[in-house]
Design a protein around this ligand. Sequence first.
Ligand code: SF4
Length: 754
Amino acid sequence: LSKKVEMTNWETGNYINYAKMSENLNIVRQRMNNRPLTYAEKILYSHLDNPHEQEIERGVSYLKLRPDRVACQDATAQMAILQFMSAGMPSVATPSTVHCDHLIEAQIGGEKDLARAQDINKEVYDFLSTACAKYNIGFWKPGSGIIHQIILENYAFPGGLMIGTDSHTPNAGGLGMAAIGVGGADAVDVMANLPWELKAPKVIGVKLTGELSGWASPKDIILKVAGILTVKGGTGAIIEYHGPGVDSISATGMATICNMGAEIGATTSLFPFNDRMYDYLNATKRKHIGDFSRTYAKELKEDQGAEYDSLIEINLSELEPHINGPFTPDLATPISKFKEAVKANNWPEEMKVGLIGSCTNSSYEDMSRAASIARDALDHGIKAKALFTVTPGSEQIRATIERDGQLQTFEEFGGMVLANACGPCIGQWDRRDVKKGEKNSIVSSYNRNFTSRNDANPATHAFVTSPDLVVAMTIAGTLNFNPLTDSLKDKDGNEFKLKAPTGDGLPANGYDPGMDTYQAPPQDRSQVNVAVSPTSDRLQILEPFNAWDGKDATDLPILIKAQGKTTTDHISMAGPWLKYRGHLDNISNNMLIGAINSANGEANNIENYTNGEFGTVPGVARDYKAKGIRWVVVGDWNYGEGSSREHAALEPRHLGGLAIIVRSFARIHETNLKKQGMLPLTFSEPADYDKLNPDDKVDLLCTELAVGKPMTMKVHPKNGESYEIKLSHTFNEGQIEWFKNGSALNTMAKATKN
Ligand code: SF4
């Protein structure tokens, strides 16, 4: 175990530390009286910052962890790196990579789309590539592929712990790595050497028996599980697959299953280390890692008798192919019932577009099986009836299927091969075949199918399924086709049935790496200048926030008293605003524009107390800021639920907010506010929310801030007597320092300098 094995072939000096992991695990085992552990627990506990003292109760404690790696995609990396830069550290403390995949729009096909994206996003790519070079981060250029595929091919290893700034980071579970999607703020912490906090997840076991065959594929396992658990069923839990059925699934198939576990809200999903993973490591030039994992194999699976918080059993021999959707990934219908469901629900029968690939389903195996079906059709003289697109997950996959012929089959079949990027999966799709608002159906092998996700058309019925079924239905051009039972007509009008798909799990002649799309950090990084144009409207260097002035804050206006739900989408809207996610001042123009003002029931229309005029929320906040007036926001229950978007905390801080005072917080948003030096406070008496008027002024006795003690707020109503109420908070000692220093990053920067 003490052997030195590099984590990846792309870096030097970053070793897989099974010795340390084993040592940590033994400490925790002793503390737990050697009770049997799940694999998920083993990975987490072996990465504890302090295995001796960490409190551990599944579903209750907050674990402080030391992840092995960080991965960021280009959309979320911008603000994460800008924040990291403001800490003033010379390089990242944890091995990190950045992947350019989200900003490439699908229009006319791979090469041209990529060239256009390189042009449109030049300043973002230049910033990311120079910042990566400066701070010792591996940079995967546009065209290299989708983050999760690149991670699986190059960085994931059994027993590892990784965080990634993207929801589908769990894909690396296909190689037995616990890979967890986080917000940018968490990534910044780990890059800057802070431990990372995670509520000890519950563990849901999925026991697989039997064997996959015929049209059933790994995707059908997760489509079925999504149907059972629904979009909320995995929340706060790690889904751990185990049982004899596991061995019939390829490593990339396991990755597909883990990837889409994000759709049921799971923290991550995991498979135990097995020979299929070893084979994949071997095929991707990491046999030495596979051999090393074998020496630690005992800890790379669950202990015998490990207990799960709940258990699901699936017999793969009986598993039917499924199609999930429309509009939600947990509406699971087995193919035998799908025709009925289409009719009963009046879903548009004609299938307009079939889309395969994406980070979920673009392995060599997926492509080979899909191509075998397309070839079968071509052999009968027929082609795709619906439009058909292929998104290779990586340059390596694209080059390999080009060499081995699958790509040509897809093109002959009538398909368009898109860039190695997210494309239509994230709405980067210049779709022309239907008009906005026109009801229609599309079927993809992607993972997510919420309204408007792919083409911004709310009338599009998007279904997700295996690549196999996508191709079969593309041939028929209708949702009413079941390849297991129905026949097609060949070019002469004779009926035939499609053969069940076949294809190699791994390329017999090895992978072709294709074009070189990786940029390693240079040896001498001191001379690198990070490229940010001062006139850019998409990128802006962050100035550190001011430290606390050490005084109580008096006479603060309530910027807005929000009523009802205030999610992170209300606080920092997505959509067109995503363009500005690297420019704090510009994106702040969306601050709280979706929140409902309790004074008038309207969104983005609030009174400016200094002049009595009504204006937008960001507009009024800017006016206060210009006049040197700090302000607070008042909100209702579960304020900040939704995503972990750190912009929702950065924006109020940037525009001069001091405190957010609510009945309760979504925890991640609460932590994000603390990190930015804001005061997230809750009414000790929730009913006090009702007492406050939007035009009251308040004093916050910040000097009272201490662990476990409430803070006093004096309320000065416009007409009436002043009174006091108590506000609670969850600050610990370290977090109080964040407030005092102005932010968590200021605190880290201070520590680095000392
Ligand atoms: Fe996310 Fe889709 Fe890209 Fe995968 S392909 S990373 S799901 S946008």
